[in-house]
Write a protein that binds this ligand. Structure first.
Ligand code: APR
Length: 233
């Protein structure tokens, strides 16, 4: 049977590529008030501050490289007979850079720009300014194409569909603190999927998982992928 594998990733999978997480001791939300830089209200209040925050993250992400965990997931997609889908909360492009093709960015991407006026999307320049005009409608309403708190994550219908027919659901490097992603494990389990949490430490939803593997992603994810591929050979 060619199992369908659905994988949810969070900031923890990119931590060893040098990109910060949000809620760890030195996480992004310990250095910035998320209300100021990751909400529509914060953007309306001070768009320059928000552009500055995402310009810095975009530059940092562009200098980062995939780590062994990203590479292992790309290898799983290549070698596994069944479908492998990555649903990522991350806005970096490290899964794609590692070779994964079936990647859904539910929180958008630093590489994307969006017009708050007409909804046009284009590839974000390295540095965005409030003075940038939308290339489609010329409005001075350009923003990073990332999903802020209080906004609806992208591709949810597609994601719920994948969770319904998953045989295996893995959550990697996520704290399970943010919904709807934190509810994916229950949705998958209710539809018969085996569930595994692969994380540095137990997440807020660890009790929802049938199996857990703890440790740094660059160790635990390659080990898990090897065991999955061995299981099917
Ligand atoms: N290997 C594996 N897991 C790790 C590693 C590592 N090297 N380093 C940290 N982690 C784990 C932490 O234990 C934590 O559970 O990664 C998780 C990171 O949690 P968060 O910082 O909350 O990041 P995430 O779960 O992706 O946040 C979800 O919240 O702020 C919003 O939109 C933002 O997408 C983000 C969402």
């Amino acid at each position: 049977m060619t199992d369908k594998i659905v994988i949810l990733t969070g900031a923890g999978i990119s931590a060893e590529s040098g990109l910060g997480t949000f809620r760890d001791t030195d996480g992004l939300w310990t250095r910035h008030r998320l209300e100021d830089v990751a909400t529509p209200e914060g953007f309306a209040r001070n768009p320059d501050l928000v552009h500055e925050f995402y310009n810095a993250r975009r530059t940092h992400a562009a200098q980062a490289r995939p780590n062994a965990a990203h590479t292992a997931l790309a290898q799983l997609e290549d070698a596994h007979q069944g479908e492998v889908v990555i649903v990522t909360q991350n806005v970096d492009g490290l899964h794609e850079m590692a070779g994964s093709r079936n990647v859904i960015h539910m929180h958008g991407a630093l590489a994307g720009a969006l017009c708050g006026g007409c909804g046009a999307r284009w590839r974000a320049p390295d540095v965005m300014h409030t003075s940038d005009a939308c290339p489609t409608c010329q409005a001075l309403a350009t923003r990073p194409d990332v999903v802020w708190f209080g906004e609806i994550p992208y591709h949810m219908d597609t994601i719920w569909g994948h969770l319904t027919d998953a045989d295996l659901f893995a959550a990697i490097g996520t704290s399970g603190e943010v919904y709807p992603a934190a509810a994916f494990v229950q949705e998958a389990a209710q539809h018969g999927a085996h569930t595994i949490e692969i994380n540095l430490a137990p997440s807020a939803t660890v009790s929802d998982f049938a199996e857990t593997r703890f440790g740094a992603a660059t160790q635990t994810v390659p080990d898990w992928v090897r065991s999955e591929l061995d299981r099917h050979t």
